[in-house]
Design a protein around this ligand. Sequence first.
Ligand SMILES: Nc1ncnc2c1ncn2[C@@H]1O[C@H](COP(=O)(O)OP(=O)(O)OP(=O)(O)O)[C@@H](O)[C@H]1O
Ligand SMILES: [Mg+2]
Length: 315
Amino acid sequence: MPGEETVAAGGAGPADRVADRRTGESPDGGTNGSVGARADGGIAGRAAAGRPVRLSADALARGELTVRGQVREASNAVLYCTITYEGATGTCVYKPVAGERPLWDFPDGTLAQREVAAYELSRATGWDLIPTTVLRDGPYGRGMVQEWIEAAPEGAELLALVEEDEPGPGWKPVGFAEVGEGRTALLVHADDERLRRLAVLDAVINNGDRKGGHLLPAADGRLYAIDHGVTFNADDKLRTLLWGWAGEPLTEEARAVLERLATALAEGASLATRLAALITGAELAALRARVTDLLSTGVHPRPGGDWPPIPWPPV
Ligand SMILES: Nc1ncnc2c1ncn2[C@@H]1O[C@H](COP(=O)(O)OP(=O)(O)OP(=O)(O)O)[C@@H](O)[C@H]1O
Ligand SMILES: [Mg+2]
């Protein structure tokens, strides 16, 4: 279970402000001071029968949130939590705004809102690629709270580095990458329809950080994508591993989804109104323009320069 490897037992992390609050007064008088120790041994959030409890948006927004641990090596404060609501307990991630690392190209304190905006877009596509995400208060202040996804241990391989110049059947090429000692290898991703949908969603939300570690294949065969703080910039920031379809025609399904999005984003439509509370007017205008451009070119976006912008390391 990835949570076992990634949840730290120690307190130190990138979220200094949160760590400080932990040793000082937390808003609830310190009862949630267990950051850094996953006390439940990894079984919280599982029903008696051993199945994970799915958390509705209501449960995420209104349930009792208890911090159980801090995810190690994340750039921002990423807290593993339980939520109890109407007698059921499930697991979630809580990323408080106070634990967001400032970025030069995004206004401070806005990453949590962008995560929720990305979730809204994912819902509007009908593809539901992003786990349920809400904005709410928690022990370290306002933040985003998202359903925790247990990635299936036997989850399909979605990314690989290969020695050949061409990807094998079932794979799409991303680009050549330096792998040390002067050697290069071809980075490839699976030719998978879930990834292809995600590539379209990323183009729409202008995702600046689509890494492999943020693709979580679940036991039910669905693929979930996480970490959408660096999205919706008004400038082109698309940085992703999913370049395998660049320049290829969008599927008919994707075109139909984009048509629906264009309507849902029109001035006064309910999605547009909800987004206006999460991103700036210029960002909302740029979002509309990206949807219109995708529909008019009819192809997956191509990278601007010779090298596709990819996050490195890619996982
Ligand atoms: N909803 C979720 N379900 C399961 N695991 C999650 C979820 N959200 C975050 N994680 C875990 O926490 C890690 C860090 O979260 P995330 O990537 O969102 O934060 P970040 O601060 O942007 O980190 P990074 O530096 O990796 O970009 C993820 O790589 C994943 O292991
Ligand atoms: Mg990140």
